[in-house]
Design a protein around this ligand. Structure first.
Ligand code: IMP
Length: 426
């Protein structure tokens, strides 16, 4: 398979885990390149369900190598637990999972700062973060106050450095009205995690360079989604990394011209967790129906996801930003019972028609969707295995999404299982 970047084209939770799982069959390596354990990829194999936060879902396939790249922020205790859980379920981890020595560490004070800044009483607006410390960890990386996974290898020096940072961050925590952390309670689990993770921490660049030179195929696994990208999302209601395709290069060290194609994952409707504008949001029975049928609860925090119609303005913006070669459309089956379905084709804002995504979040918040309505198909699609066998209205809906966005459909998912996947061009 060509080297492929797979990204989320909406606000995350597009069902990337399942698409990655299906595509992993044909690759040698899977690389995570941004985000941290704010992500949650759910994969169902037979009766088994796996929710992965940091480890690429390629780990569920025998013989595939998985890399956590330099662009990821790693909570060592969370990673240790994820490895232990998979080991308990009989997955071989050592020799298959590699963590970049350049990836930054998420510390307990990052989590506490995230929680303190998200208190409704805190100054400024809340973002609705996952409270995993992601923003503060990336903040330290940019401020050059971070520590990296490679620093953990010299445990003694590492713990000394962490101790000094706990003292500094305690002053900030107290100023924010939160409690100071007890250094020894932080250092002891960190020491344990550092020892446990030692065999996994390497310079991942030579591995990736060798893989590219040997013609091996790599799948770059994006987390979150385009509208949560720190630069191109609905800032400030975004995550703190580049969730768009460009992040695959900076977050792994693989150069742009070694990437062959981009697959963008979209839900057949839209969801969003956390705060921020969402023009096609439905706060009515249809929204409740989508939430119920789509089991729309966050894989990481369990929070209910806000649900709405498919937004072609968002999808066109994502297609352009990511250079999407194909859509992987997920959860088509969630629309199975609807009488009619709406598609947002443009917005109306301040008295004018808007075709392109506004850069200003306040203007975006004033956008009202202009809808096109199409008939539903009122029958189950979950057991369909060939595109031609889908109800005519379901095919018409999919083809309309492709037409409105100018991107071909490569794959369609009609249920959580691997078997409920229609491979069209991928
Ligand atoms: P953070 O990444 O925890 O800082 O959260 C920032 C925003 O991104 C919030 O709106 C979160 O709900 C959202 N977010 C972070 N990770 C995910 C994800 O994996 N899926 C969907 N939303 C996410």
């Amino acid at each position: 398979m060509p080297n492929t970047v797979l990204i989320g084209a909406q606000w995350g939770d597009e069902g990337k885990g399942k698409v990655i799982d299906v595509m992993t069959e044909e690759v040698d390596l899977v690389v995570r390149y941004q985000g941290g354990n704010n992500a949650g990829h759910t994969v169902e194999i037979g009766d088994e369900k796996y929710v992965l936060h940091l480890i690429p879902s390629g780990i569920l396939h025998d013989g595939k190598l998985c890399i956590i790249g330099n662009g990821v922020v790693v909570d060592p205790s969370a990673l240790k637990k994820e490895i232990e859980d998979l080991e308990e379920r009989k997955f071989q981890m050592q020799g298959r999972l590699f963590v970049s020595d350049r990836a930054h560490v998420v510390f307990p004070y990052h989590r506490e700062l995230d929680i303190a800044r998200e208190k409704p009483s805190a100054e400024g607006e809340t973002i609705g973060t996952t409270k995993r410390g992601i923003g503060p960890a990336y903040g330290d990386k940019s401020s050059r106050r971070g520590l990296r996974m490679g620093d953990m290898l010299d445990t003694q020096v590492f713990l000394e450095l962490v101790k000094a940072r706990i003292e500094e961050n305690n002053r900030i925590l107290v100023a924010l009205g939160a409690e100071a952390l007890d250094a020894s309670a932080v250092l002891s689990p960190l020491r344990e995690a550092a020892e446990f993770l030692r065999p996994y921490i390497v310079d991942t660049l030579p591995m990736l360079n060798d893989a590219v030179a040997a013609g091996k195929s790599i799948l770059f696994e994006g987390a979150q989604g385009t509208m949560l990208d720190i630069d191109f999302g609905t800032y400030p209601y975004v995550t703190s990394s580049n969730a768009t395709a460009g992040g695959a290069c900076t977050g792994s060290g693989v150069p742009p011209h070694r990437i062959d194609r981009v697959v963008a994952v979209v839900k057949a409707y839209t969801t969003r967790v956390g705060e921020g504008p969402f023009p096609t949001e439905l706060e009515d029975d249809v929204g409740a129906h989508l939430s119920r049928e789509g089991h729309e609860f966050g894989a990481t925090t369990g929070r209910p996801r806000r649900c709405g119609w498919f937004d072609a303005v968002v999808a066109r913006y994502s297609a352009a930003l990511n250079g999407a070669d194909y859509w992987a459309i997920t959860k088509l089956d969630v629309l199975d019972q609807l009488e009619t379905i709406k598609i947002c084709v443009a917005y109306e804002c301040d008295g004018e028609r808007v075709e392109n995504m506004p850069g200003d979040v306040r203007r975006f918040g004033r956008c009202v969707p202009i809808y096109e309505e199409v008939p539903g198909w009122k029958s189950s699609t979950t057991t369909v295995t060939r595109y031609e066998d889908l109800p005519a209205n379901a095919r018409a809906y999919v083809e309309r999404l492709s037409e409105l966005t100018g991107v071909a459909v490569g794959l369609l998912s009609v249920g959580p299982q691997r078997s409920s996947t229609l491979r069209i061009a991928l």
